[in-house]
Design a protein around this ligand. Sequence first.
Ligand SMILES: [Zn+2]
Length: 324
Amino acid sequence: MKNVTIIMAFFLLLLLLIGCGAVTNDIEVEHDVTEPPPEVIELKSPEIIVEDDCPENNDGETLPARFTARMFDNVWESANMEHSRFQTVEDFNSQADYYISVISEFVLRENWYEQYSDTPSIEFLLRDRISHVAEQGNRIYVNLNKAGFEHDLAPIAHEITHVIVKSSHDRTVSLDEGLASFMQERFGKNPTVHTWGIDAHMLAKMFFINYEDDYSSVFSVIGSGDSQEDRYMSGEFHLRQIFYVLSHSFTKYLIETYGIDDFMKLHASRDDLLDDYHVLYGKSYEEIKSEWHSVVESSPGMTLEEYDNHLEELFDRHNWPFGS
Ligand SMILES: [Zn+2]
């Protein structure tokens, strides 16, 4: 039973995977979950990947003031919201605005929109693909996985974080994904993929105990800026899940121990990331990693069976058909 449920969970994860969600002026990386990822992930492509079927404001609505989030009625009406937390599209828009406000304040980027050309707007779309962010001119599209949205498992706060804090793509994706996942945990009203409402340190310990070799491989590159990070983030599913959880756990450790200010400076590092650990924290990268690992080791932890039960209960609670 345990294995069956875990397999079901993995199928769910494949459907709900959050993408890298990197919205920047020159990259976006995502992968169709039905296809194996390429062996080498090119993160520095100069082209902007834009959906070619983004809807226009076809009902004549004009977008509200800058950086206000908006899902249009036709998008909302395309979803079955029977199991959603939102009663109306206005409920959704107001919660998305709340996320923009609290996340931008927390990460010290209240003027985040100035990094975009003109006056940006954020539009939410629902798609049968992994959640991700795309940018087109002064319009930013947050594409949420439709099934996840319908079952209240969409990473709304996570993707909004990617809009507010652009990718540090030439540095370390673990800090990007860690921050987005940490914001989802801190401000999100719903659990989402990879941690499922479980404390990230606790889940990291679960991986450490049950999959020590995989854990160690991923652990070695977290926060390093090594190109191997990109391979874990976009590659084989099991390692990708560990990558997201460890990124989340590491970011959580840095922010909760040393503060958001230094974390944002580290995230913005463009010179020598590993040296910047020492500059910012007065300790080497290795020392910081060791401190973090001690925190993971001393966290309560959970067994595979408890993890399995948690997922089963979660899917039931969210009326997910695979979990019933
Ligand atoms: Zn992401």
